[in-house]
Design a protein around this ligand. Structure first.
Ligand code: TPP
Length: 627
């Protein structure tokens, strides 16, 4: 399906926002239904963030209807809820390529469209970015509108507050639309979420508020009286009915809450607030998964889904993912060690911790999208004798770099970092690949960095990490299935820094980091059929590394190949080159890893092949090197 077919009667007439601005309310309503249909039909095949995007259809349509995009700057947070926005901004005919290799991104990408005003994929950036646009507008003398859309989950991120804290400088139009569906991926957490609930459920305030709005709506647009009255009446109502006035105290005029699926109300209200000459926040209440009953009932499961209609030929074999293994190990250590505490930054399900959370609610902390806090919070726990394990995806841990150095490593605290999704993640693309953690952790003193080759090793490493005395201890593992996991196997405590020789060979040896050991094994199998027998070492520890094995490998073999699913720059391989150089050993060393560019989206295996990290690539490289 490349052209939007006949069944999309209204959508077939809409390519860009200018087209939908010609529609009447009935047509707009029908358009929303058709967009929903297209999202469901597509995501069933491609996978993607279905529930967040279904919840924001009316929001996207009404915003593009009342604003003059792309001249007006519409900035979405994260971008995972912006599928409707994509469909009505020139991408409906490409929508079937969503998240596919060389297709359109599942997040925001200015390269893809001028309507994607600011790139995103990580949460909580929109307000700061919009503040930048506002200052640029001021300095350039522009008069366009600036509007951001941020979810209540993304509002748990510290960066959002840093943005809000600086908005007082903006003296002109600046609108934040808060898309409140009470959910992050799981149910939202924290006091802000509680505060929003209090506003939502205060019926007397809402009724009174609506009446005032109706009265004000009858005054001529832009009149001073409207502005003056609006401010005065608002303040007195809210002081009476709404405790806290948090947003107002932070310099944002608060409007709402309004129903984010009532198109008429959305359009009327947005028209009223879009030109207010001061920073304002419009609170919009939406239902995550709106229009798909399964998703409405279980928005967590439908936050992001894989393709439902999978081609049976490409369907993966059964097996267990590293995340699930980690979840099982978490429960095991939860029983064994009462001083363990698990922390997640809004990724309870993704990191496999749901079961632990149910079993040990007192020792489980979902801190919201607050990776920096998660790390310093863990440092505090460790300092006072607890054993914290922080489970954060490699890409999101980038948010906590200073905390890693200043709060954890400098004080040499035994915090364990479980870094899921290390390496190429696949369809989520460049905002989500965990391409840099070896590079960014390697330079930090005291840090132990490890990478399991399978589920058994993951379990051994978690237990080892919890039983060593000091030192922060990072364990990086990829998205997807582990090659093996034997639950009944006796766990082993590992010697820190120790590697394992998997094959003795001739001429060429592979040093394979973590799961790359499995890929390299396959390369060795392929080569042995041709009479080539490389040596193979499983690099379990990246830092400290096994100098004894490394030295013997450098001395025995003519060529050594390092293989890692991390950026080549600053990765494991360059440290091996440096080690050999320092010892004056001139063995040829070749580094394989992620090249110095942002890797695009696509199936993980395909991307690995493209960057030279498949077994075939490794085998070919070895043959090339051996001439
Ligand atoms: C820094 C960062 N941490 C974690 C995530 C993973 N993540 C993506 S969407 C999301 C929930 C966002 O909730 P909200 O903003 O309310 O949007 P909703 O999904 O509810 O529409 C999370 C935790 C992320 N994208 N960025």
């Amino acid at each position: 399906m490349s052209e939007i077919s006949e069944k999309y009667k209204v959508l077939s007439k809409v390519d860009y926002p200018a087209d939908l601005r010609k529609l009447n309310l009935d047509e707009l309503q029908q358009l929303c239904g058709e967009i929903r249909h297209l999202i469901i039909e597509t995501v069933e095949k491609t996978g993607g963030h279905i529930a967040p995007s279904l919840g924001a259809v009316e929001l996207a349509v009404s915003l593009h209807y009342v604003l003059n995009t792309p001249e007006d700057k519409l900035i979405w947070d994260v971008g995972h809820q912006a599928y409707a926005h994509k469909i009505i901004t020139g991408r409906k005919n490409k929508f079937h390529t969503l998240r596919q290799h060389k297709g359109i991104s599942g997040f925001l990408k200015p390269d893809e469209s001028e309507y994607d005003t600011f790139g995103a994929g990580h949460a909580s950036t929109s307000i700061s970015a919009a503040a930048g646009f506002a200052v640029a507008r001021e300095l350039k003398g522009g008069d366009y509108r600036i509007v951001t859309v941020i979810g209540d989950g993304s509002l748990t991120g510290g960066l959002a507050y840093e943005g809000i804290n600086n908005i007082y400088r903006i003296k002109k139009q600046f609108l934040i639309v808060l898309n409140d569906n009470e959910m992050s991926i799981s149910r939202n957490v924290g006091l802000m979420s509680y505060y929003l609930t209090k506003i939502r459920v205060n019926p007397s305030y809402i009724k009174f508020r609506n009446e005032v709005w109706n009265t004000l709506g009858k005054l001529p647009r832009g009149s001073n009286l409207l502005r003056l009255l609006g401010r005065k009446i608002d303040e007195s109502i809210k002081n009476f009915f709404v405790p806290g006035l948090l947003f107002e105290e932070l310099g944002l005029k608060y409007y709402g809450p309004i129903d984010g699926h009532d198109l008429e109300q959305l359009i009327t209200t947005l028209n009223k607030v879009k030109d207010l000459p001061f920073p304002a926040l419009l609170h919009v209440v939406t239902k995550k998964g709106k229009g798909l009953s399964d998703a409405e009932e279980d928005p967590t499961k439908f936050h992001g889904i894989g393709p439902i209609k999978v081609d049976p030929n490409t369907k993966e074999k059964n097996g267990i993912s590293f995340s699930k293994v980690f979840g099982k190990v978490a429960c095991e250590v939860g029983e064994k060690y009462p001083d363990t505490v698990f922390i997640t930054a809004a990724m309870c399900e993704g990191t496999g911790l749901s079961e632990f959370a149910r079993k040990f609610p007192d020792r489980f902390f979902d801190v919201g999208i607050a990776e920096g806090h998660a790390v310093t919070f863990a440092a505090g726990l460790a300092m006072d004798g607890m054993k914290p394990i922080v489970a954060i995806y490699s890409t999101f841990l980038q948010r906590s770099y200073d905390q890693l150095i200043h709060d954890v490593a400098l004080q040499n605290l035994p915090v364990v970092f479980a870094m899921d999704r290390a390496g190429i993640v696949g369809e989520d693309g460049p905002t989500h690949h965990g391409a840099f953690d070896i590079s960014y952790l390697n330079v930090i003193p005291n840090m132990i960095i490890s990478a399991p080759k399978d589920g058994n090793e993951l379990r051994n490493l978690v237990l080892t990490a919890l039983n060593q005395k000091g030192n922060p201890f990072a364990i990086r593992y990829p998205r997807g299935k582990t090659p093996v996991f034997d639950e009944d196997m006796e766990p082993k405590f590992l010697e820190i820094g120790k590697w394992e020789v998997l094959r003795e060979g001739e001429k060429v040896a592979i040093l394979a980091v973590g799961v790359m050991a499995d890929v390299a094994e396959k390369a060795c199998d392929q080569l042995s059929n041709e009479g080539i027998n490389p040596g193979l070492v499983y690099v379990r520890f990246i830092k400290p590394f096994d100098e004894k094995i490394l030295k013997s490998v450098l001395e025995k073999y003519d060529v050594v190949i390092t293989v890692e699913e991390n950026a080549l720059k600053g990765g494991f391989g360059v440290h091996i080159v440096k080690f050999a150089e320092d010892l004056g050993i001139d063995t040829k060393i070749v580094n394989l890893g992620i090249p110095d560019k942002f890797v695009e989206q696509g199936p993980r295996n395909l991307l690995l092949k493209e960057i030279g990290l498949s077994s075939e690539n490794i085998a070919r490289k070895i043959k090339e090197l051996l001439g």
